[in-house]
Design a protein around this ligand. Sequence first.
Ligand code: UTP
Length: 292
Amino acid sequence: MPVTKAVIPAAGFGTRFLPATKSVPKEMLPVVDMPTIQYVVEECVESGITDILMVIGKGKHALEEHFYSSRELEKRLEDNEQFALLKKVRRISEMADIHFVWQKELNGLGDAVSHGRTFVGNDPFALLLGDTILKGSDSSQSILQQMLEIHDAKNASVVALEEVDRDRVSRYGIAGGTNITDNLLALDQIVEKPSAEEAPSNMAVAARYIFQPTIFEYLSKTPRGKNNEIQLTDAMAAMMKDHEMFGFRFTGRRYDIGNKLDFIKTNIELGLNHDDISGELKDYLRTLARKL
Ligand code: UTP
């Protein structure tokens, strides 16, 4: 059975990017010419996902508006014969069935994921964080697609992993396990934001997961953990004791736009790959570099 459903948590406050995120959801901040969330949805669509549930909260209505069709705007573009733009705008509301659910209290990522239970039912599903773009070094397949292939072969949950510097492990969920191949690990440990001493490795969980629906049972039994939030990592740690779970060490780049520096780096790197601006941006950066 192919995986066709995805849950995208996007209810978080975005405190690391205040004041920009006071009234604009961080997922709506543009990277070159698209809001971040659209890159995430495009990755889903490229990977065969047809139904998406976004978990949103207070101040996040712009996400709904972005994915609903706008008759007025479409008519205006049509009247003005701006057909290329019209095509782009129409595609946004047509590319997948997108549903929204409201997380009333921000009780953590684990709680946000629990809001997907009814939508997901008894099927395996993809989970993508709405503030993170992942780009594979081989552009022929998205990271999510590669993970779905592993899921198909193993019939078990899979999580994307990225190597990080040892002095940065305390910012992430860190996983540990046994290497099966160069890029696949059988996981036996996962810890949320560990100190460098506690960390089982330097492999950070990287915003993409394929879960068997059993994750919801573990989430429902997970007490509040770090920061007094229900941590997805804690539910995964419990699930791993009873069920196989794999880590996929992807080759490529993770762009977490929820912090200022990464947001700027993301715009530069994706701008350098964007047909409309790459040439001029390169020239600009070269000139700038000479002055630094
Ligand atoms: P973050 O750890 O980035 O938290 O959440 P945050 O609140 O969004 O941002 P900061 O740390 O305050 O700057 C990781 C993902 O989980 C979602 C976020 O929207 C983001 O996609 N999330 C987090 C929820 O949907 N609900 C929550 O209660 C917490």
